[in-house]
Design a protein around this ligand. Sequence first.
Ligand code: IPE
Ligand code: MG
Length: 234
Amino acid sequence: MDGNGRWAKQRQRPRTLGHRAGARAVRTIVEHCLERGIPALTLFAFSSENWNRPEDEVGALMRLFLRVLESEVEELTRRQVHLRFIGERARFPEALRRRMAAAEAIHHNAPRLVLTLAAGYGGRADIAAAARRLAERVQAGTLCPEQIDESTLGQAMSLADLPPPDLFIRTGGERRISNFLLWQLAYTELWFTDVLWPDVDAALLDAALADYARRERRFGLLPGQCETAAVESR
Ligand code: IPE
Ligand code: MG
């Protein structure tokens, strides 16, 4: 979700206003995912590197997260959206961590949308944490080094309970992944737009989906071999 700061700058307003507009765009996009029947959406809200931004911006973002959780969780629950978080949350303020835990603890019988917020997230840290978890199991004697392969490592990573992402969308003009889901994106289709995150709307998401629908996903195979590959990659 990139471009909040520039969106505000275009309007000669403080960056925090851009973040607030970004939060409104999240609501629009979640709504549209529900309408389109998209079962999983993962939003990169705050990277492990974002901690290095000026203290007042980090503080404003933390307050915004807290406010959004306070105001949105009830409605999300009513709409059968299962909210959860990935990333290192130890540095988040206590009140925020409590809210996150409370939101995640809500039980959903049949969620219409799994909405994961990546907060304090870094793709490399995700891989390192997975490696550490497996190392601990080896040390405890419950796993042999020979059992460490793509499958066991992948299972120890964030989002292991979901199919790999089909489509990655980056707003704000940069053509890079910026340490998002490095492992999980191996065969994901990438889609970039110059549109700034607060300006993202249903029509833009539909444009990305239409582009995605035209692509041929081959998973390293030849045309025609791919239908089974798509199923097996799940
Ligand atoms: C993304 O918008 C939101 C967060 C990282 C929290 P930016 O804040 O990166 O916006 P730009 O890139 O400065 O426009
Ligand atoms: Mg940015």
